[in-house]
Design a binder for this molecule. Structure first.
Ligand code: PHE
Ligand code: NA
Length: 515
């Protein structure tokens, strides 16, 4: 039996913490960029289908597994999975659900620390009067810790350490005394800041405030459906990947949070509240800020080009410059709102990543939560250091790829098989619907058993063998004509086999290339 006596203080607190876990940098930086890279309006239908057939089922599965494990005093996935089947094998699979969190936390906290620094610099007016190249150069210098030309010496390191200490402190206060309070403060502020920026994005007019195109150009680009893309597996894989990342499924985090829900309490409706709140923030706010504002100033072609190496560049190199076009006061406020929103999104997610490791130590080794939180901070500092020191060598992207992408799909596939096929849908359905405050549609009994696992399998195989340029037709005809399968540089197999390609990718995304 466990001496771990953590629990949630209130239902609102639980939902906000779970929503805070899901709502993260992914909603504001990753989603819009994925949408742009996959053809704008082409992305949105596969995305919504993946939400309904993979996202929602996985939310219910993970909440149900968590509350179930919690009944036996287990709060980390090795032991939660262990309670669901007698084979020892599952315990080891469950280790993913701790490991992934720690590995993602290491680079995620680094990113989070940038947002703190950018709030500070927006506030004190560092970007005022800078041109686009200077703002871009600021970022390049910031992540290059060998130069000290930004405002403060060794800023990137100092903010990273400060950010880890803040996370550790909040975690040491426990769920109701720390995480819940952070979510109750952070989430409402995030929504207010997001509404303000979305309003500015939507109403940005061509010819005003220095904008050439206006916000509606970007919005139309994102929201004009293109049905032919439905036949492109690359778009489907990207959509599935985004659903995973944004909902935080396949991580072990949701199971951990849910394991502190008491056995009689609802999970069916709670899971939907947190999940749909994430979708609101992503689809409504997430698509009304970064793209409309940047397209409004720079046009579609330029923004497509800028996003080809990811969303960070656009967010940190371009936005602080564009905000200056709104004048001294509004410009500073927009910077604080944008990076403040990213900070709250980030910290409520990194706190979630700390809890599985803490639950594990509290349950198994009877550690106090202060000691457990402290050990998490130390590990994140150690694992995060390579991402800080060697950011420009692509270490960051390696972490994101293996821990933040591949491992999520593998773990989700395994847990879905365990839940639907080994634990069994009969018991599984009972766990989902016990104490439910909504009627869960019976349709989902079928989906969880037959649709979700096969979709996951499809996503996994697709990412193993993804063809060059996402062109499946060309890959098949090459195979047919005896020239073999054209493997994409980014596919898992290519990543394992050919590290040389990885270096080429790193060269192509050289941060020295300005704006
Ligand atoms: N869902 C978060 C985001 O959108 C990322 C995250 C992944 C958070 C896993 C916690 C656990 O940014
Ligand atoms: Na999210």
């Amino acid at each position: 039996t466990s001496t771990n006596t953590e629990s949630w203080g209130s239902r609102v607190g639980l939902i906000l913490a779970m929503a805070g876990n899901a709502v993260g940098l992914g909603n504001f930086l990753r989603f819009p960029v994925q949408a742009v890279q996959n053809g704008g309006g082409a992305f949105i239908i596969p995305y919504l289908v993946c939400f309904l057939l993979m996202g929602i089922p996985l939310l219910w599965i993970e909440w149900a597994m968590g509350r179930f494990g919690g009944k036996f005093g287990n709060h980390s996935t090795p032991f939660i999975l262990d309670t669901m089947d007698k084979r020892k094998f599952w315990k080891y699979i469950g280790v993913f659900g701790i490991f992934t969190n720690i590995a993602v936390a290491a680079y995620y906290c680094y990113l989070e620390s940038w947002t703190m620094s950018y709030v500070y610099h927006s506030l004190v007016g560092t970007f005022r009067g800078m041109d686009q190249n200077q703002v871009a150069a600021f970022f390049v210098n910031y992540v290059d810790i060998t130069t000290t030309t930004t405002g403060l010496p060794f800023e990137a390191i100092i903010f990273f350490i400060f950010c880890v200490i803040l996370n550790t402190f909040i975690l040491s206060r426990g769920l109701s005394g720390g995480v819940e309070i952070a979510s109750k403060i952070g989430m409402p502020l995030l929504i207010i800041f997001g509404m303000f920026l979305a309003y500015k994005g939507i109403t940005l007019q061509s010819g005003k405030e220095g904008a050439v195109y206006g916000g509606s150009v970007g919005l139309n680009f994102l929201w004009t459906p293109q049905f032919d893309s439905l036949w492109n597996p690359k778009v489907w894989l990207a959509a599935a990947g985004q659903i995973f990342f944004t909902l935080s499924v396949g991580m072990g985090t949701i199971q951990c949070y849910a394991s502190y829900v008491s056995r009689k309490e609802d999970i069916a409706l709670n899971a939907m509240s947190a999940g749909w709140m994430n979708e609101f923030v992503e689809v409504v706010l997430g698509s009304a800020i970064l793209i409309p504002i940047s397209v409004g100033y720079l046009g579609i072609d330029k923004v497509v080009e800028l996003t080809s190496s990811g969303g960070l560049g656009l967010g940190f190199r371009t936005m602080p410059y564009l905000f200056q076009q709104w004048g001294v006061f509004l410009g500073a406020f927009a910077g604080v709102a944008f990076f403040g929103l990213l900070f709250f999104a980030g910290i409520t997610s990194s706190l979630a990543m700390g809890t599985p490791w803490m639950g594990f130590l509290q349950d198994e080794f009877k550690w106090s939560r202060e000691k457990a939180a402290f050990s998490f901070g130390v590990i994140v500092l150690i694992l995060g250091t390579p991402t800080v020191l060697f950011f420009n060598e692509g270490v960051f992207d390696e972490y994101d790829y293996w821990a933040g992408t591949v491992s999520l799909v593998v773990f989700a596939l395994a847990e879905t098989i365990l839940f639907a096929w080994i634990f069994g849908m009969k018991k599984g359905w009972k766990e989902i619907t016990d104490g439910a405050d909504i009627k869960v549609p019976d349709f989902y009994k079928f989906v969880i058993k037959w649709v979700t696992p096969f979709l996951l399998l499809f996503v996994f195989i697709g990412s193993l063998i993804g063809p060059a340029g996402g062109d499946w037709g060309a890959a098949f005809s090459s195979l047919g004509s005896g020239n073999g399968w054209l493997l994409d540089n980014g596919s898992i197999i290519a990543q394992i086999m050919n590290k040389g390609l990885k270096e080429q990718i790193a060269a192509a995304t050289d941060p020295a290339v300005i704006a």
